[in-house]
Design a protein around this ligand. Structure first.
Ligand SMILES: NC(=O)c1ccc[n+]([C@@H]2O[C@H](COP(=O)([O-])OP(=O)(O)OC[C@H]3O[C@@H](n4cnc5c(N)ncnc54)[C@H](OP(=O)(O)O)[C@@H]3O)[C@@H](O)[C@H]2O)c1
Length: 233
């Protein structure tokens, strides 16, 4: 697809991977809308990078409907949904509570599913579109303390494969991008961005991976792409 003038909606675009992706896409001439929870931070980031801000929680169906209404009102169409909003908590199973599982799955899995549901309707009407789901290398292999987060990203991978099977006949590409560790605000309760680390990948590497998967002509799609640091140790 041609990125210039494409209309792209990114959930969780006010920080980390979503923010870098929004910035890169705006720089390439796309029309970008970003969502997030913290309204002030979202508005400041949108202003800084030249996107439009839509405060919305992917756990809330009304706010999801409002997100799409705003995008369609502002731009008249939608070409790409990037399901990036995500949260995590890492702890041994004895320290994970029902509420942790519910919250993580509500955002990472059910939020992604409900965002994709409305995008699928729009894309079917338009006879095409692209969905990028942000998974994780945590969704490829389980590990200690990953009971809630890693399990949610396994579910994201399963959801992505189901949507791929359902939506391909409608010219809709559904692609999974799995970052390995990126220093961001992810997992910090105070929501403070961590600085880049020399050997770890940065959110801009993931942004480039996302742009690469989108840039291919619509006749082709990359079902899944994992991004590792070459030598993080
Ligand atoms: N960082 C990593 O090491 C890593 C590795 C693999 C995969 N990932 C995945 O990459 C994605 C982005 O992570 P990141 O590292 O960029 O995290 P981040 O810096 O913490 O950013 C997360 C973004 O999602 C938003 N968000 C959180 N809950 C939301 C909700 N319920 N509704 C709407 N927006 C919500 C946040 O908004 P507020 O700031 O306002 O809360 C923020 O804009 C996630 O899916 C994560 O699982 C991250």
């Amino acid at each position: 697809m041609i990125i210039k003038n494409a209309v792209i909606l990114i959930t969780g675009g006010s920080s980390g991977i979503g923010k870098s992706t929004a910035k890169l896409l705006v720089g390439l001439g796309a029309k970008v809308a970003i969502t997030g929870l913290d309204k002030q931070k979202l508005a400041a980031v949108a202003k800084e990078i030249g996107a439009i801000a839509i405060p919305a929680n992917v756990q809330n169906d009304e706010e999801i409907q409002n997100t799409y209404k705003t995008v369609l009102k502002e731009f008249g169409r939608l070409d790409v949904l990037i399901n990036n909003a995500g949260i995590g908590k890492h702890a041994p199973i004895e320290s994970l509570h029902r509420n942790d599982f519910e919250n993580i799955f509500q955002t990472n899995v059910i939020g992604m599913a409900m965002m994709s549901k409305r995008a699928a309707e729009i894309f079917k009407e338009q006879n095409g579109g692209s969905i990028i789901n942000i998974g994780s290398t945590s969704g490829l292999k389980g590990y200690q303390t990953g009971g809630a987060y890693s399990a949610s990203k396994f579910a994201v991978r399963g959801l992505t494969q189901c949507l791929q099977a359902e939506l391909r006949p409608h010219n809709i590409r559904v692609m999974l991008v799995n970052p390995s560790e990126v220093p961001t605000a992810f997992g910090s309760e105070e929501r403070k961005e961590r600085p880049n680390q020399e050997k770890k990948i940065t959110s801009m590497e993931i942004a480039h991976a996302i742009v690469s998967t989108l840039s291919m002509d619509n006749r082709g799609m990359i079902p899944e792409l994992s991004v590792w640091a070459t030598n993080p140790w």
